[in-house]
Design a protein around this ligand. Structure first.
Ligand SMILES: O=C(O)c1cc(C(=O)O)c2c(n1)C(=O)C(=O)c1cc(C(=O)O)[nH]c1-2
Ligand SMILES: [Ca+2]
Length: 679
């Protein structure tokens, strides 16, 4: 390729998205001399998932709430800043924090998707808006809920900007759109699941959906109301060699397959990789990793393209470690299944059919059909989520930010779709409060960096971490692998054996992937820090157990002999303020169910905050029912992302939530006080 080794000009550095940089000034010998060269504070304390781009010494980065900055990459000096002013009331449409994973650059323009569904093009020199389009069509058949958000990075292929969206946890019909990079004019759209009535959309996907996909759904399932899901919320990769665009398609909506499709059909293209033409959106091939999805097993995880020698033959392949626990290799040209091996523990299927790659499912795993509880491994957060993996051509390994988060799945009795809040169709009974039980459950929860040999189809080595939900990975020509951790360490390992060579205390959990670049002969390593994403929002006690840092949102940039220092860290800010109110146990009990349905997704299972959004047990608003209603019912804090639920939940229901939160405040404050001491 003709990409300068100094730059990081695309999401995964090159089109193949291997997240490998040949730069080697920083290497295994001298990495211990790495120090902070500069840092910049961001304006929120929410999750940062962005991959910055670096082109000719300028860094283009995106932050939470879809904000954009251009900085001098050597000094951190601000060149311009653009705030798309995403209204706070859209936060509730997204499952997983108002994150943004990055920008795309093409011929002097910077493209960013915004959380409220726009795609914007900025002048890379000035930061001025060149064009803006609403990517969510108002006249399309998208189901009744239409809970769309955009947080993935756009990609540019042959002058077309491509973007998808999220929303399958609420109700959405997945699609991807291609826009003319110069003008913002829509070129094509590709829907990933059929229209409820199988009528054409006037889109590139019409023929394949009508002929192939529609018959894999029950014509009268709940999907006809919800939209069916299949959102393409993260991975989209363009492969110039095959001239194909690969889409990572997400999970079913609602999750419950019995409700969604009456337990019938494989539900194409859920949990699939779909290859289309970048200029027209024309369908070319697909491969479904998870038929009959009922575990939130998205195929949205980062895709990379590799050239490997397999059985003595050079193959151009697509590689992915999706949530379902298998590492897949597919022929990039044809989509032919080459191999799929478990990269983590898997209990939902016995293995994959060696010819077709179709999973041989464990009957009990089909919880929506059996009516029984299924303790799934992986759970809905996957053996690997969105945090990007990296490939080193030096070692031949793919480095996966892997994890284990087992999860019980059980059908919700009397499920009905709501206009607000998640619509999963699963029982939302959460974790108990007993610290002993939590500790026991916590033992099954793990995170590690995995070096995976894609040719042999097995683990080369693992670097264990203390928690799951760690950051994305970077591999470099200095034989190094970099990763930020949930616990706040920014680390470097020897790519050959995983030996830890460097650790920096970033003072905050890290989920974003690092990048590296060179300006004026000096190599830098950059990473956005800031704890967030879905795990700390909904994870409750598990997320709390695994993260006791205070959240900070920053860009950190390292170089050899860097001399900058972060401000001194104060770790004793989170002193729980126990509510002084009393509560009615019966109302509190009822409030638990309402809370789990509407509040859990952001404020945490059983009202335990995971360190990003407010932990409601210590909220001042609990002290007064009118004050509480003004926030939860009327939306007094809408600008911060907390909308009013007064149209969806009754006055009585909202008071029950308050009673429940008071009960949690009273019952857990003494235990909580012990967990926030300085480390
Ligand atoms: O089904 C969807 O539409 C959808 C969207 C998103 C998103 O937009 O971030 C996530 C997920 N699903 C998801 O399943 C998931 O685990 C997840 C994690 C994150 C994150 O940023 O931490 N987003 C998402
Ligand atoms: Ca999902």
């Amino acid at each position: 390729d003709d990409i300068s080794p100094a730059d990081w000009p695309q999401h995964g550095r090159t089109a193949a998205e291997q997240r490998y940089s040949p730069l080697s000034q920083i290497n295994t010998e001298n990495v211990k001399r790495l120090g902070l060269a500069w840092y910049e504070d961001f304006d929120t304390l929410r999750g940062q998932e962005g991959t910055p781009l670096i082109i000719d010494g300028v860094m283009y980065l995106t932050t939470n709430w879809s904000k954009v900055e251009a900085l001098n990459a050597a000094t951190g000096e601000l060149l311009w800043r653009y705030d798309p002013r995403v209204p706070g009331n859209v936060a509730v449409r997204g499952c997983c924090d108002t994150v943004n994973r990055g920008a795309a650059y093409w011929k002097g323009k910077v493209f960013v998707g915004t959380f409220d569904g726009r795609l914007i093009a900025l002048n890379a020199k000035s930061g001025h808006l060149e064009w803006s389009v609403d990517t969510i069509p108002h006249d399309a058949s998208l189901g009744k809920i239409r809970s769309y958000t955009v947080d993935g990075a756009p990609r540019v292929a042959k002058g077309t900007v491509i973007i998808g969206n999220g929303g399958a946890e609420f109700g959405a019909r997945g699609f991807v759109s291609g826009f003319d990079a110069e003008t913002g004019k829509l070129k094509w759209r590709f829907f990933t699941v059929p229209a409820p009535d199988n009528r054409p959309d006037g889109a590139a996907s019409d023929e394949v959906l009508q002929k192939k996909a529609y018959r894999t759904w029950s014509p009268t399932g709940g999907w006809t109301e919800s939209g069916g899901g299949g959102t393409v919320w993260d991975s989209i990769v363009y492969d110039p060699e095959t001239d194909l665009l690969f889409l990572g398609v997400g999970n079913g909506s609602p999750w419950n397959y019995q409700v969604r499709s009456k337990g019938i059909g494989s539900n194409l293209f859920l949990g699939s990789i779909v290859a289309i033409r970048p200029e027209t959106g024309e369908y070319v091939w697909h491969f479904q990793e998870t038929p009959m999805d009922q575990w939130d097993f998205t195929a949205s995880q980062p895709i990379m393209v590799l050239d490997l020698m397999l059985n003595g033959r050079k193959r151009h392949v697509l590689a992915q470690a999706p949530k379902n626990g298998f590492f897949y290799l597919l022929d990039a040209q044809t989509g032919e299944f080459i191999s799929g091996h478990p990269y983590t523990d898997v209990n939902w299927c016995y293995g994959l059919d060696p010819k077709t790659g179709r999973p041989q499912m464990v009957p009990e795993a089909l919880w929506s059909l059996t009516g029984e509880t299924w303790l799934g491994v992986p759970g809905s957060l996957g053996g690997h989520n969105w945090a990007p993996m990296a490939y080193s051509p030096q070692t031949g390994y793919v480095y996966i930010p892997a994890q284990q988060l087992p999860e019980p799945f059980k059908s919700e009795k009397g499920f009905r779709m709501g206009r607000m809040g998640v619509n999963l169709g699963i029982d939302m009974a959460g974790l108990p409060d007993d610290p002993k039980v939590l500790e026991e459950v916590g033992k099954g929860v793990k995170g590690w960096l995995e070096a995976w040999d894609p040719v042999a189809g097995k683990v080369a080595f693992r670097v264990p971490h203390t928690t799951p939900w760690n950051g994305g990975v970077l591999a470099t020509g200095g034989s190094l692998v970099f990763q930020g951790l949930a616990t706040g360490g920014f680390e470097a390992y020897d790519a050959r054996n995983g030996q830890a060579l460097y650790n920096f205390d970033a003072h905050t959990g890290i989920v974003a992937p690092p990048v590296t670049y060179e300006v004026n002969g000096r190599q830098y390593v950059a990473v956005e820090v800031g704890w967030g994403g879905v795990f700390p929002l909904m994870g409750g006690a598990l997320a709390r157990l695994h993260n006791t840092t205070t959240n900070h949102s920053r860009m950190l940039v390292f170089a050899l002999d860097g001399k900058a220092a972060l401000p001194a860290e104060i770790r004793d800010q989170q002193i729980p303020l126990k509510s002084r109110q009393s509560f009615d146990p019966d109302k509190a009990q009822k409030g638990y169910a309402v809370y789990q349905r509407y509040c859990l997704a952001c404020h945490g299972d059983n009202a335990v905050g995971g360190g990003v959004l407010p932990d409601l047990r210590w909220s001042g608003a609990l002290e007064d029912s009118t004050a509480f209603y003004s926030v939860v019912g009327n939306g007094a804090l809408t600008n911060y992302g907390m909308v009013g639920f007064g149209k969806e939940i009754s006055h009585k229901g909202i008071e029950q939530i308050r009673q429940f939160l008071i009960s949690r405040s009273v019952s857990s404050s003494s235990h909580e006080a012990g967990t926030t001491k300085d480390k």
